[in-house]
Design a protein around this ligand. Sequence first.
Ligand SMILES: Nc1ncnc2c1ncn2[C@@H]1O[C@H](COP(=O)(O)OP(=O)(O)OP(=O)(O)O)[C@@H](O)[C@H]1O
Length: 388
Amino acid sequence: MNALSFHPPDAAQPPQAADEAVVRFEGVAKTFAARGRQTAVAALEDIDLTVRRGAILGVIGRSGAGKSTLIRLVNGLEKPTAGRVLVDGTDVARLPEKDLRQLRRSIGMIFQHFNLLSSRTVYDNIALPLEIAGASREDIRQRVDPLIELVGLADKRSRYPAELSGGQKQRVGIARALATRPKVLLSDEATSALDPETTRSILDLLATINAELKLTILLITHEMAVIRGIARDVAVIDNGRIVEKGDVFDLFTRPRHPTTRTFLAAESGRALPAYVAERLTERAGPGSQAVLRIIFRGSHATDPVLSQITRTFAIDVNILGGTVDAIAGRPFGTLIVAVPDEADLLKRVTAFLTARGLDVEALGFIALEADRASAPAAQNEGGHSHVA
Ligand SMILES: Nc1ncnc2c1ncn2[C@@H]1O[C@H](COP(=O)(O)OP(=O)(O)OP(=O)(O)O)[C@@H](O)[C@H]1O
């Protein structure tokens, strides 16, 4: 039996269209009022964002960008100063306290520091939301046992948090968040305290839960690796505003906003190899070549364009760096090349590549002969040159 099959789609809910919004931000602003010496803080402005049913939406932003505030608006821990936050069509800020408590039960949440109760075992931590909701012992057992299986902690059910690794603690956090069969899972930097391998396994678990249980996930993070590891849709938040949003593949391969580019700078392929970055100049110099970044997307990722350029233009192409990777399951490649800086050659090569569906960025110029030329020069300075 599939470990997840115990959890059919919530029978209490009518069937809903896949593109329907589970969470919707409509023109949301949040300002924290001035207090004492502190001036007012505009934490969020003009936020329009939709989390579709069954989707995984990642929101990425730097520290202080407004991510936590965004998530706290969803479960009513904060109220917007302007606009509305709707969960399944209900305006969260307008709910009376009793209904808000009810709504919170339908929203699961996982945290960076897990927030487990140290005096409770794995089983009892997962059972806690059900106890609070007044479920019977038997109902709790029937719900918690398969959840422990689901997150792979069957052999740890009577252990205490102090006896678990970070990844295991987060698995408990995930099982606890699922206990009340939420319609949406909010993930607040849930993998930030974990090493890359454990992060991978937690993201895999979340992806499985999303796929098998059709659970909608809104996750916030400051790590592009998390976005590329799990999200299909992404919004970039900067200074309280959404500066770019869309499909993860498009955003990774065609970032438009400088903040997005900054996040991507360390990503494979986009970062220039150090030896290129150090020598790159804005203007052409004697003997320099033009440096291009060629971006291959989707079906073009494996096109043999270098040999085509070499043949078509009868030139040599120097490869300075490159990677081929997959993002959201689609191939994506980057090549950094140098071509002769001659007359309108650059323009013609760019047009040739663009016509074949590739993106081309002119990065600057590089003098590849500089190393060979500089060695004798250095010797000359020391007065030991054997070069005539
Ligand atoms: N209760 C509060 N009172 C006053 N200002 C606040 C409050 N909560 C958040 N802020 C401010 O709002 C802005 C956004 O904060 P928020 O915690 O949402 O950012 P974040 O992106 O989650 O950052 P981090 O990743 O560091 O947690 C920050 O300038 C923060 O100082």
